[in-house]
Write a protein that binds this ligand. Structure first.
Ligand code: BGC
Ligand code: NOJ
Length: 802
């Protein structure tokens, strides 16, 4: 619940869970799209605007007696409200306010299974006297391709088209030619008027804060020809004291089959016959109410897959609600659109989507399965991967291409997570093509094999994996060597024969090889499993020899063979990533190096706001390192607190058995715990941000890039699977909590492969360490692995520590 409209930054939420999506700020800003934020953008949003957050789902109320008008969501008029409250919920947002004795409450959501969004407005007259109000709605249509819409004005200012029929504004730009889709904006009440041309509604040289139509209390019935098509309705409401009115607005997307595009056939008039019943149906308040209830039950069901009760409220709030919610959003939208991602830059990232799946797979395994196969289908025959693909076409992005050498290994880690969650071994036999080319299909399992082989086929002078364009750290561009201003570090030509190597990929390989060995055993391929285990051992030996710096793991070797992330460097001596991933892979755990590396992290990288990516920050541009040194010190990959990598350290701390350290790091970046310092943190206190400014930045502790980050998935994994220790494995549910020593324990309920596990963990005062006794349905068991129970049954697990 947000109680003031002028939050430090706009605090947003997302609408939609399937194909129709939008984001919505706490003052109704945002935009909507169908499937693809770039290619099917329905409404416009103005990035870089001042004031911030312009373009939205805006309503205006006007007191027709005085002519005073305001926005019940504060923006865009920003007229001071008597009271204001925004509730961001699970796929819905409700904004309520009062002004001059008129209360308005708007609920925004996307009904399940529909390609439309509902705005349900309730207006109540709280005055002692009757009131006559004018209500205006407004959306500004985007001409579909958001990139083109923002740049190609010579064409676009002439192609805008609408049709208006029975009070519905249909946005039909380009429908006359090759498009078969259109948008519509409808209202449940009889209209006093409408507008569909932006300049007619706003008036010349005016903005959204003071539209002429609203000021004058009348729409002009404008029909957009070119320029900027909008939708706006004008409704008159006469309310007796205490009376309320309800109005439903619908913003929707629809397609017509090619043979039925026009009505009458042969004309260029939109065929509205198919969509009309949809509109009529959804304009009914009883239908809307029912759909909202269905959405709530849907979320109740999803969140009941894993529920925990720990002694820490901020943990419970994140794990039970907001963290899985953010995981669903990142799973659906990858890094496409937020306040920091314009929706035109990238589609679905290969590495990103595989990691997002880790935090999502337990919520909707069937969708995770589909995603895995889609990702594998963009893989190349070499086992390599396109770095990104477009969700609308499901094809790899040629623009950015391939060669980020960590990418393929993430597919193995994601597939392993899916198999551990579901036990669905038949997925391994699914036929999947390469680069989406029909005829190239092999089993999904073969895709995983090739992914592992990709690394082995690309080893450098020390026997470590070649880094290619970059590994997980997109900004460590060791083969780029760019001197050209503005050249993209992501796509600049790789130095031919680039020999830079990554210790990160080496650790990731050890982890992935172990996972693939487990999967091979599942298929009865014992010899093959052993060969992967052997490969993992060999790589571990290479890390031991060439990847250890003395007190921590090295980061990389650059193009010239120089070390990166070593005490021998002047700057960038220690990096977070190899400490996390190598320890996750088990490297150095038995010989004390893991503990030493973690002590180094604590001494050199940890701050009260989280763990920085590396230290000391780069103070100048290093051509041999690339983008990382392009950022001012303390920001982003240059010694920012890159939250995504923090949970790796939390997990590593649990692996060496330090629950206090793990949980301490968890708290430092927990958004809910940071709500108390919102003045410093500034971003939404309910979702993770990609980055919090590091110690070298002037605004140390300030978050940026909230919402679309791998931080969401990894923190959920770190807290639930490693700190609470409820960890699905191929052969059972591992119960291996490593708790902070001051916790007396916790309880949890986990649905897994159809059965329900009621888990109670107790920890003796002052004790810490691992589970000493495990009782399953009243019987003591050896070890801490609970075998899968028959679907439909409930299993009671009691574990004691100390
Ligand atoms: C950012 C990275 C991001 C990359 C790819 C860089 O500028 O710093 O965090 O992954 O761009 O878009
Ligand atoms: C953000 C990207 O989405 C992710 O793939 C990458 O690992 C991090 N930046 C670190 O550079």
């Amino acid at each position: 619940m947000i109680t003031r409209p002028d939050t430090p930054t706009p605090w947003i939420n997302y609408l939609g869970t399937e194909e129709y999506f939008g984001f919505v700020s706490n003052t109704a800003g945002g935009c909507s799209f169908f499937r693809d934020a770039r290619l099917r953008r329905l409404t416009r949003y103005r990035y870089n605007n001042a004031p911030a957050d312009v373009g939205g789902r805006y309503l205006y109320l006007r007191d027709d007696a005085s002519g005073a008008f305001w926005s019940p969501t504060w923006q865009p008029t920003r007229r001071e409200l008597d009271d204001y409250e925004c509730r961001h919920g699970l796929s819905y947002t409700r904004i309520a306010s009062s002004w001059g004795g008129v209360r308005a409450e708007t609920l925004y959501f996307v009904p399940l299974g529909e390609d439309l969004e509902v705005w349900r407005l309730a207006v109540t007259n709280e005055r002692d006297a009757p009131v006559s109000l004018s209500l205006f709605s407004s959306v500004e249509f985007c001409l579909w391709d958001a990139q083109d819409d923002a740049t190609n004005f010579q064409r676009n200012l002439s192609v805008g088209q609408v049709e208006v029929e029975d009070g519905v504004v249909f946005h039909t730009s380009e429908y006359r030619e090759r498009r078969d889709h259109f948008a519509y904006f409808a209202c449940s009440e009889p209209l006093a008027g409408f507008d569909s041309q932006r300049e007619a509604f706003l008036g010349p040289y005016r903005g959204w804060e003071r539209p002429l139509a609203v000021e004058e209390g009348r729409s002009s019935g404008s029909i957009a020809h070119g320029w900027a098509p909008i939708g706006s309705h004008h409704v008159r409401l006469d309310l007796a004291p205490s009376a309320s009115a309800e109005v439903v607005f619908l913003l929707g997307y629809a397609e017509n089959p090619a043979e039925d595009k026009f009505d009458p056939p042969g004309s260029v008039t939109l065929n509205k016959r198919r969509v009309r019943p949809v509109i009529d149906h959804w304009l009914r308040t009883d239908v809307v109410d029912e759909a909202f209830d269905a959405l709530r039950s849907h979320w109740g069901e999803l969140l009941s897959v894993l529920e925990v009760a720990t002694p820490d409220e901020d943990t419970n709030r994140m794990v039970n609600i907001w963290n899985p919610y953010q995981c669903l959003v990142t799973f659906n939208l990858s890094r496409s659109i937020s306040l920091y991602e314009s929706g035109i830059g990238r589609g679905l990232g290969f590495r990103d989507s595989n990691q997002d799946l880790l935090g999502f797979v337990h919520l909707r395994p069937a969708r995770a399965r589909e995603r895995l196969l889609d990702l594998a289908a963009t893989q190349l025959a070499t086992g390599g991967a396109y770095h990104q693909y477009q969700p609308l076409t499901k094809r790899g992005n040629d623009g950015i291409g391939s060669g980020f050498n960590d990418d393929p290994l993430w597919l193995i880690l994601a597939a392993a997570a899916y198999l551990k969650e579901t036990g669905d071994a038949p997925v391994l036999d699914e036929p999947v093509p390469y680069d989406n080319l029909p005829g190239t299909e092999t089993t999904f399992y073969e895709h995983l094999r090739r992914a592992l082989g990709y690394t082995l086929g690309r080893l450098g002078p020390h026997g470590l994996p070649l880094i290619g364009r970059a590994d997980w750290n997109d900004c460590l561009n060791l083969n780029c060597l760019s001197d050209t201003p503005g050249e993209s570090f992501q796509t600049a030509e790789n130095r031919a024969g680039g020999v830079a190597e990554s210790v990160f990929i080496a650790g990731q390989f050890v982890l992935a090889a172990a996972e693939l060995a487990g999967i091979a055993r599942l298929r009865g391929l014992v010899k093959e499993a052993e060969s992967y285990e052997g490969a993992a051992q060999q790589m571990t030996a290479v890390i031991d020899r060439h990847g250890w710096d003395g007190e921590w793991f090295l980061r990389a070797y650059d193009h010239a063979g120089g070390v990166v992330g070593s005490h021998r460097n002047d700057e960038g001596q220690i990096f977070i990533e190899p400490q996390g991933i190598c320890i996750l892979a088990g490297v150095g755990v038995n010989d004390g190096r893991a503990a030493r590396a973690l002590a180094s992290v604590r001494a050199r990288l940890a701050t009260e706001h989280g763990i920085m990516l590396q230290q000391p920050a780069y103070s100048r541009y290093y051509r041999e390192l690339g983008e990382i040194s392009s950022y001012p010190p303390g920001y982003k990959e240059n010694a920012g607190i890159f939250c995504h990598a923090n949970p790796w350290i939390m997990i590593a701390e649990t692996i060496v058995g330090d629950g206090d350290a793990a949980f301490d790091y968890y708290r430092r970046i927990n958004p809910s715990a940071r709500e108390a310092i919102s003045g410093v943190h500034r971003c939404e206190p309910y979702v993770y941000a990609q980055m919090i400014a590091g110690r070298d930045a002037p605004a140390h502790g300030e978050a940026k890039n909230s919402w679309l980050t791998g931080t969401a998935a990894w923190n959920l994994v770190a807290l639930t699977q490693w700190i609470l220790g409820i960890r699905p494995e191929l052969g059972g549910l591992r119960i291996d909590p490593v708790l902070p020593s001051h916790w007396p324990g916790f309880t949890a309920r986990r649905r897994w492969r159809g059965a329900t596990y009621e888990i109670a963990v107790t920890q003796a005062a002052g004790a810490s360490g691992r589970v000493r006794r495990l009782v399953v349905d009243g019987t003591d068991v050896e070890g801490n692995l609970v075998r899968p129970a028959p679907p439909g049954t409930t299993v009671r697990i009691e574990a004691s520590i100390g």
